[in-house]
Design a protein around this ligand. Sequence first.
Ligand code: SF4
Ligand code: SF4
Length: 69
Amino acid sequence: MAKGKLTIDSEKCKGCELCVNFCPKKTLELGKETNTKGYFPVTVVNDECIACGTCAIMCPDSIITVEKE
Ligand code: SF4
Ligand code: SF4
């Protein structure tokens, strides 16, 4: 199974958690520090990403990029 490398544009994240809730590997969680807009952007919390691309599709602002490693 492919591994994924995520790039997240944290300054644009609204912390809506759609990506968090739809990730089959629980790879994303809201971080503990706010961005300059006052939202808690998502961070990667494990190395289980399988590059399925669901998070990138679900994000309303398309701020996640998934690459296969
Ligand atoms: S690509 Fe798939 S497995 Fe990886 S973080 Fe996004 S939803 Fe989770
Ligand atoms: S879906 Fe997009 S805006 Fe919402 S928490 Fe995830 S990365 Fe942030």
